[in-house]
Design a protein around this ligand. Structure first.
Ligand code: CA
Length: 233
C-alpha cells in the first residue's frame, strides 16, 4: 500500500518540522506549506489524504482556509485536523463548525496527532459518521462527538471517546490489548499495552457516575469486552 499523504500547513518552522518528522516516522508521506497560498498550490499539484492546518497563519487564518476548502466541491471531502494554541471551548466549537474534522490544542504529542489522523482517516473511509450508537441508555452522537447516559452528558477525553466508540460498534466481543491498539490507536502508533489499561480506567471512571462502568468488562488473561449484559470474566 502506498504511503498516505498528509499536507501540513503551519508557518512556524520548528513546529512544522516536528510534525513532519513525526508523521514521516509514523509512515505517512508529508508535504509542507507555510501559509494558505502555498497550501493551495500544493493542493492543486496533488490531492493529499488529509490536511493538518494551524489556526494561526500569516495570510488567511487556518479557520478561514478550512472554511473555504469545505465550501468548494473539489476539496469539501478532504479531512482537516486543526491546530491551535488556544484551548478555549469557543475556539474549539468555531474550529469544528468551520469544517475541521478534529481539533488539537498545542502543545500536543505527536502520538496524539498520529492517533487523531488515523481516526479521522478511518472515519473518512468508513463513512459511519452521523449515525448514533446506543446501548442500554448510553448513547454516542457521532456527528456531534457527544456521549450521554439517559440524556446526561458524559465528558470523555478523545482517546476514551474512540475506545468507547469502538466498543459500541463491536459489542459482546473480547479484544486483546494488542487488537485494541491496532483498531483504536492505529497500527502505526507505538503505544505500550499498559497505556490501554490507563485509558480503560479513565473510561470506566467517566462511566461510573452514570452507572455504566460495568459495560466495560475485563476478561482475565485475554483483554476487554463491551457488553450491557453482566457476565463473568
Ligand atoms: Ca502558526
Amino acid at each position: 500500500m502506498a504511503a498516505r499523504q498528509i499536507l501540513v500547513v503551519e508557518d512556524e518552522r520548528p513546529i512544522r518540522d516536528m510534525i513532519a518528522f513525526g508523521l514521516r516516522r509514523a509512515g505517512f508521506e508529508v508535504r509542507e506549506a507555510a501559509d494558505a497560498r502555498a497550501a493551495r498550490a500544493a493542493l492543486a499539484d496533488r490531492r493529499p489524504e488529509l490536511l493538518v492546518v494551524d489556526w494561526m497563519l500569516p495570510d488567511t487564518s487556518g479557520l478561514e482556509f478550512t472554511r473555504a476548502l469545505k465550501r468548494e466541491r473539489d476539496t469539501r471531502d478532504l479531512p482537516v485536523i486543526m491546530l491551535t494554541a488556544r484551548a478555549e471551548e469557543a475556539d474549539k466549537v468555531a474550529g469544528l463548525e468551520g469544517g475541521a474534522d478534529d481539533y488539537l490544542t498545542k502543545p500536543f504529542s505527536l502520538r496524539e496527532l498520529v492517533a487523531r489522523i488515523n481516526a479521522v482517516l478511518r472515519r473518512a473511509e468508513g463513512g459511519a459518521e452521523g449515525e448514533s450508537l446506543t446501548a442500554d441508555g448510553l448513547e454516542i452522537d457521532r456527528a456531534a462527538h457527544r456521549v450521554s447516559a439517559r440524556g446526561r452528558a458524559i465528558a470523555l477525553g478523545p482517546t476514551e471517546y474512540r475506545l468507547l466508540e469502538f466498543f459500541m460498534t463491536h459489542p459482546d466481543r473480547v479484544y486483546s490489548r494488542e487488537q485494541l491498539l491496532d483498531r483504536v490507536w492505529g497500527g502505526n502508533v507505538y503505544v505500550e499495552e499498559r497505556t490501554i489499561d490507563v485509558h480503560i480506567r479513565r473510561l470506566r471512571k467517566a462511566l461510573e457516575e452514570h452507572g455504566c462502568d460495568h459495560f466495560v468488562q475485563t476478561v482475565r488473561g485475554t483483554g476487554y469486552r463491551f457488553s450491557t449484559r453482566v457476565e463473568g470474566g
